[in-house]
Structures are given as structure tokens and as C-alpha cells.
Design a protein around this ligand. Sequence first.
Ligand code: C5P
Ligand code: C5P
Ligand code: ZN
Length: 506
Amino acid sequence: MKKLTNKFEKFYKAIKIVRNKFIDSIQENKSSIHIYTHLDADGLSGGAILGKALIRENLPFQITVLKQLEKETISNISKDVKSLNKFLIFTDFGSGQYLELQNELILKEKFNSFIILDHHLPQNISTKEDTDLLKEIFNKTYQWHVNPYFYGFDGSSEVSGAGLSYFFAKCLNENNIDLSCNAIIGAIGDIQNQGPNKSFFGLNSLILDDAKNFGFIEIKSDLNFSSIKPLNEAIAYSKEINLPGLTGDVNRTLIFLKTLGILMENSKGNIKALNELNNDEKQKISSAIIEYGSLKLDIEPSKIIEKLIINRFLLKNEAVGTDLYDAAEFSNLLNACGRLNHASLGIAIAMGDRKSSYQKSQEILLNYKKTLFKSLIWLKDNNKIQQKEYIQYFLAEDIIPDTMVGTIASMLVFENSEGFDISKPIFGLAKREDENVYKVSGRAHQMIVNKGVNLSKAIREACEQTGLDVLGGGHPPAAGTKIPVDKVEIYLENCNLAIRKQLHGK
Ligand code: C5P
Ligand code: C5P
Ligand code: ZN
């Protein structure tokens, strides 16, 4: 906390500036509020936080969830913005389009009643090291644009869109501190708990402090294996924990578990999953893996523990045993709703509906899991992942919907799937229904991000090299755009060249 103080003070001052602008504007114009947000778990959490905060102030609002804030959408928003008397809030996008918003709203329409609460690299910024340019953008836009990179926070790991919405809500009213849970759910959706043992850092750790101090979240240590797969499979196919002799071999892993004296079959005769084991059994497995791993790999036990033991963030106001109790599962449920065209259900659940929306979401979650499973099998069985020298890619054909292609690409990276090369970024492409464009989703493992891969930069550079007038970007490990169907080959080649440059300087 101490180390953050200086940066945090500057950041919070910026939040206060946009809060004041918001209050002054809605009081003066008597406007209602229109929130625009993104369809993933972070976006839905951010939208819900703002919605909840506005309900509590008795302020009228509406929420629109978008696949992305594209040029055409901004131009549509700007068309009747003057006559509608709305105050606009963009969350979980807007920074990557800030120039577009500035041109269309402020310059063309002379419309100033909007703010951006976003954590993406701003338009025309390639890396967080572009500090002079960031300062310039901050100076020109801070009255309506909050972005963590302006204050030295990394938007891809230290705060999410929901986190920024949370700081705004808390600044509006201290009672909104309970919404810290939603911000943590959003940050998990954006895979920001990437510290040791899946901990949070930066602004996210301050949000977590709020949630812990007020008793909304409890952190529990657990083994870093799927809690629902048969445990021998979960260990053998773990992407993060490599145990020579066990990894990839479910039979030997089962023998390893049985020699610990643990009864591995449940009453139905199936191999137990992690969530069917008690604390003593988990403790036995943990000690045995630490010992086995440190002997086989000749590394310090602490290095193994960093990956083996993870934090689970438990939401104390949710019913134990439901998929809302563990923040990671809550986040997964929101992703399912957003990505299968039921964003409003996701918003309702994140805002607290535990009745009809929650019930309806169960079927969507099942469909989502089926779609993920089917898509991954299809990619593998048909060798759909194609290789270039520096990138790999797949075309979703009519199997994977455009809203799911990013999630599939993320899963390939995290699950280190067969046919997937962890040393290259992956680009998933899905044709949008009724549009002659491909949606592009790029994902890279942190290992190659640490070596210099920056997908936000690569995607924008490839758009420019291909001569496309489209918006694109995101974060170094995850970025996206859309491209005309007939430009796909040249575009992928330009991505290939951009990554080569990032890794080899030419
Ligand atoms: O727009 P937003 O920042 O919320 O989305 C980030 C997206 O990138 C999420 O869908 C998240 O799952 C994905 N991501 C990823 N790998 C990372 C970080 C984010 O796949 N290391
Ligand atoms: O759409 P997808 O999940 O692949 O997006 C990955 C990341 O890139 C997200 O953070 C998303 O907001 C961002 N993105 C962007 N501009 C686009 C497309 C995606 O900033 N045009
Ligand atoms: Zn986000």
C-alpha cells in the first residue's frame, strides 16, 4: 500500500475530476445516463458496478453492451447525441478509441458530456514505456478520460475496466464499497491475478483490501488443478505444473495418488475430483508434489509452491456450493452470458438478481461449456491450427462464433493444447454474420510477452501495413481487431512480420 500511495493519490485525484464533471453535468442538464460497455466478464462487471451505483443515487440510466467500440458505432452514437440529453460513460473500452471519440463527439458535435473509464493502451500508444506520449494524452484528455497508464499503473495487469468503474463508484459514494467484489470478478475475467499464487497486485490489490476488510471476500488457498476434472487427469494435463514422469500420463499419476493412501474412487466408482477431497487429503497431495517436483526438477520448493498453491476468492455473500461463491466461476458465468448473446442476463446477475436471471443463466453456462469443448476438439481433430514462422492461426469457419473466438484463443494458450506452440502468438479469426469481415483475436503466453511480444502493437501495425482504416489494439498478451475478408492472407503475413520484428528486431 505504501509504495502505491503517491501514484494512487494522482490516480484518485483524476477519478475525482471525472466524478465532478459527471455530477456537474447531470445536475446542470438534468440528463439521464447511458453506459456503454464490453461483452466480456470485465465489461459486464464494470457496467453492473456503474448501474448499481446509479440506482443507489436514484439516477436514471441505460446500459448498452457491445462486441467492441468500433468506428461505425461511435459514428452512430454521435449522430443523435445532442438531441438525446444523455451523459455517456464508456467503460472497458474507449481509450483505444479516444481520438475517434474526441473527433466525433467533441470536435464535430461540440458534445462534452461523456467520460471514459478504461484500462486499455490508448489509441496510438504502443507500450507503457511511451511515457512522453502518455503524458501528452493525459494533459489533453484528463478531464474526461481516466486510464491507469497515465499514472504508471499497467492496465493489462494492475486494474481492469471493472476496477476503474469501482473507483468511480466509490468516489461517488463510499457505501459502494461492496461493489469491490464485482471489480475482483472483472479482474479475474481479464486474467489479472497473475502474481505468485494467483494473487493480485497494483490497484487490484487495493480493491481486494476493500473487499477483505469489509468481509465481502475471503481468500482460501487451494491446489492449482481443475476442481472438477478427475484429479489424475487434472494433474497429468496441468499446463502450469510440470512433473516429469507424471505429466501427460494419467495412469502413472493415478498410481502416484493411490500410493499416498488416498481413496481415489467416489461412490459412483469414478475417480474423484479435487473438490471431492478433504483438507488432509489435499495437504498430503501438496506435500508429495512439492517433494516429487523438487527432486525431479532440482528446483527450490518455493518455486513449485508459487505455482502449485493458488488463491481462491470466495464471495461471502453468495450461497456456498453455487457457481457464484468462487469469484473465478462467477466470472466464467458472466463470460458465458456475454459471449452467447445474453449480456443483459449477465448484467442482471452481476447487479444481484439471484432468481430468474440466475436460473436462466444455468442453461447458457452449459451451452457455453459445450461450445468451448466442441470447438477445441474440432480444432484438434481437424488440425485447424496453421503455422507461420512467427505466428499461428486458425479460421473458425462456421463452428466457432465470432464472440467466442477470443475465449478459444485464450484457452489454447492457457491449456497449452495439442497442436499449439506456446512460443508463438495465436490469432483466431471468425467471420461475422452479415458482415464481410473477420473478427481477429490475438493471444500470447506471458512467457513470450516477457520476451517482447506486444499484440496490441502488432495488431495495429499489421492494420496499418495492410492499409486498413479500422480500430484495433488491446493489451500486450491479448488484442483484437476486424479485417475485410479478402485481406486475410496479407493481414496474417503482416502480423507474422510484426512479431518477427518484436522478437528479432527486424
Ligand atoms: O477488453 P478486456 O481488457 O476486458 O479483455 C481482455 C481479454 O483478454 C479478456 O477476454 C481476457 O480473458 C483476455 N486475456 C487473455 N490473456 C491475458 C490477459 C487477458 O486471454 N493474459
Ligand atoms: O475481442 P478480443 O477478446 O480478442 O479482445 C482482446 C482485447 O483486445 C480486449 O481487451 C479488447 O477490448 C481489445 N480490443 C480492442 N480493440 C478492438 C478489438 C479488441 O481494444 N478492435
Ligand atoms: Zn477489461
